[in-house]
Design a protein around this ligand. Structure first.
Ligand code: ATP
Ligand code: MG
Length: 269
């Protein structure tokens, strides 16, 4: 096992295990090299929020579940990092809300598309859009390979969930009139600020939370779901995240953060 070197009591074990799955995804060809750097940026913000789901994120996760359930044609966009970190959770959410999975890559190659689709299928997906010739439609005003989308998927969708998205694409999807749900640990990114609903949480925690809310909300009438979405204010939510981080840093700064370490044992001369 790759992770065998991480001792069970290592204080950063969880984070290191997540890193290992990303490195494995890279070695297997799912994750782009740039994806490793993007993950580091995410980790930094996860540290700031305390590596836990904070109250504003929970609220956004509930609104995200409602938006996916209320949608006519919801789609979940999947890139290499998302597949490497959360393939099973993506499939579970897809099945719970009835939203197809679509491969969409910044650094597109036929091989990577197929590897990501395979990883999703191995985790129980029945079908994956956006592979090869299926990505025949174009998102206007986008110049990366991400502009290629499935005509029956993202192109026709009314609600798109984009975990770990780039700002340009989020803005382009909004200009096409779509409701965009982002999962992004950085509350300051353009993606976070351009999306309709931004979940500031690690994808590994966010997806199971959204699925849990979807199971709970599934029984509600569409009007009630739409009301939850209408009441959600993304700007207010992002401000609540920033205040949470500010207050947390303030508290740490006042309390002190140096670790209490055992005194070194006296060396015999
Ligand atoms: P933008 O283009 O939106 O301004 P960016 O250029 O800073 O963002 P990108 O590299 O385009 O960032 O996208 C990666 C984003 O994904 C980053 O904002 C990062 O915080 C976020 N991210 C990385 N790993 C995770 C993760 N595990 N869970 C949630 N978000 C993550
Ligand atoms: Mg970017």
């Amino acid at each position: 096992m790759e992770e065998a070197w991480i001792p069970p009591n290592h204080p950063r074990r969880e984070s290191l295990l997540v890193r290992e799955s990303l490195v494995k995804g890279f070695k297997d060809g799912l994750v782009a090299m740039q994806g490793l750097i993007a993950h580091g940026r995410g980790e930094c913000f996860d540290y700031l929020i305390g590596e836990t789901t904070i109250p504003p994120a929970l609220e956004a996760e509930r609104a995200a579940a409602a938006a996916l359930l209320a949608a006519e044609r919801p789609v979940i966009s999947v890139n290499g990092n998302a597949a490497a970190l959360a393939a099973k959770a993506l499939v579970e959410l897809s099945k719970t809300v009835g939203a197809p999975l679509e491969v969409n890559l910044f650094y597109r190659s036929r091989e990577r598309e197929e590897l990501i689709a395979k990883a999703l299928m191995e985790n129980g997906a029945d079908a994956v859009l956006g592979v090869g010739d299926d990505a025949a439609c174009t998102i206007p005003e986008l110049f990366s390979e991400r502009r290629k989308v499935s005509c029956r998927g993202i192109y026709a969708a009314d609600v798109v969930l984009v975990p770990l998205e780039d700002g340009d694409r989020t803005e382009a999807l909004r200009r096409m009139g779509k409701t965009v749900i982002a999962i992004d640990l950085n509350p300051l990114s353009r993606t976070s600020r351009a999306a309709n609903i931004t979940v500031v949480d690690n994808i590994t925690r966010a997806l199971p939370n959204i699925t849990r809310f979807a199971v709970e909300l599934k029984v509600k009438p569409r009007e009630e779901l739409a009301e939850i979405v209408r009441k959600f204010d993304n700007d207010a939510n992002l401000r609540a995240v920033l205040k949470y981080i500010r207050d947390r840093l303030d508290e740490l700064a006042n309390r002190g953060i140096a670790l209490e370490l055992p005194k070194p044992s006296r060396r015999e001369p």
